[in-house]
Design a protein around this ligand. Structure first.
Ligand SMILES: Cc1cc2nc3c(=O)[nH]c(=O)nc-3n(C[C@H](O)[C@H](O)[C@H](O)COP(=O)(O)O)c2cc1C
Length: 333
């Protein structure tokens, strides 16, 4: 079933939560919506070709509460990517994003992801096709370079090419990717962060919307980054400690402060969990993302262990979540 298009949100996003495979699934996104109503959320990367198949519904579905939400796709085929953009619009996504940052062997063997930084012309064709395929903002997420193609000049000429194809925002992971010898995890820590290369792009092309990604650990670092960049994108530090980010809406979007506790997050998830269980989903799909809500306080490990044990049983129901919320509330969390 195709969802009705919804009006496109033309807002500038100063803060986004990075796409992360196996982390930013719809359940984690709904969890983050208990903490921030404003941050731009991304799906995990979906290979454009997979959207040709029948199970596209499962890949594209999201909950209304997840807006604003961007669909991230991977691919190198302009026609498929144009169709993906059209689908994203029809499904009500707010943005479509092309992944030019993933260095995995599997992605390289499909000739997409970070390896395409060596082929700006092809990336430009993809962006143009996505723009033609939909009215959504078309954005790109990429590295500062790959292997020996890591000069400031190469990065600037890559960005220029993609800008002239019509990209609406550049989310730049401030590390190069090393395509042989490092796995994706190592490629997120071993190549050094080089914020100055992203800053150079913003300085040379102030008219472009440039979002900084990579290594940002807390709200203060993000505020500092916003003195230079138009937006910040944070991945691991959000997943590792979601409540550390409970002032996003106030700090980055000027909304009234709404400090939320761990028990409130769990309680907020209950109606969503009920829908998920009614569709034969498992409670653990949701609960696995809640474990990092409580940490560094007495009893945290016990709470996590108990929730893990109970929520993993195949018949785990809402009582498990309700009890977990009560325990936190009793502990003042
Ligand atoms: C587990 C995991 C999965 C990731 N999956 C994706 C992905 O699907 N698409 C993508 O563009 N980047 C992916 N990334 C990279 C992040 O989006 C981000 O660029 C990177 O983690 C650096 O940001 P950070 O230091 O704030 O985490 C992934 C990162 C992690 C840790």
């Amino acid at each position: 079933m195709i969802k009705k298009p919804k009006p496109i949100i033309q807002e500038s996003y100063q803060f986004s939560i990075a796409p992360m495979l196996d982390c930013t699934d719809r359940h984690f996104r709904v969890l983050m919506r208990q903490i921030s109503l404003k941050a731009l959320l991304y799906t995990e990367m979906i290979v454009a070709k997979a959207l040709e198949h029948k199970n596209r519904e499962k890949l594209l579905e999201f909950d209304e509460i997840e807006h604003p939400i961007a669909l991230q796709v991977g691919g190198d085929n302009p026609k498929l990517l144009s169709e993906a953009a059209k689908l994203a619009e029809n499904w009500g996504y707010d943005e479509i994003n092309l992944n030019i940052g993933c260095p995995s062997q599997r992605v390289q063997s499909g000739n997409f992801g970070a390896c395409l930084m060596a082929n700006p012309n092809q990336v430009a064709k993809c962006i143009e096709a996505m723009k033609q395929g939909s009215n959504l903002p078309v954005t790109i997420k990429h590295r500062i370079g790959i292997d020996n193609l890591d000069s400031k000049e190469h990065l600037l000429s890559f960005v220029d090419k993609i800008a002239s194809a019509g990209a609406d925002r550049f989310s730049i992971h401030a590390r190069k990717a090393i395509l042989t010898g490092l796995n994706p995890k190592q490629n997120r820590s071993i190549p050094p962060l080089e914020y100055e290369k992203v800053a150079h792009i913003k300085k040379c092309r102030p008219e472009l919307t440039i979002e900084l990604n990579g290594g940002l650990k807390n709200q203060k670092e993000c505020i500092n980054a916003l003195k230079i960049f138009d937006g910040v994108m944070v991945g691991r530090a959000v997943y590792a400690n979601p409540l550390l980010w409970n002032q996003i809406d106030e700090i980055f979007f000027g909304e009234k402060a709404k400090i939320i506790s761990a028990s409130q997050v769990i309680k907020g998830l209950i109606p969503y969990a009920e829908k998920h269980l009614n569709r034969n989903g498992r409670l653990w799909d949701i609960c696995k993302h809640t474990l990092h809500l409580v940490q560094g306080v007495k009893g945290a490990r016990k709470w996590r262990n108990e929730l893990t044990q109970k929520a993993q049983t195949p018949k785990a129901d809402l009582d498990v979540l309700e009890k977990a919320a009560r325990q936190l509330e009793d502990a003042g969390l």
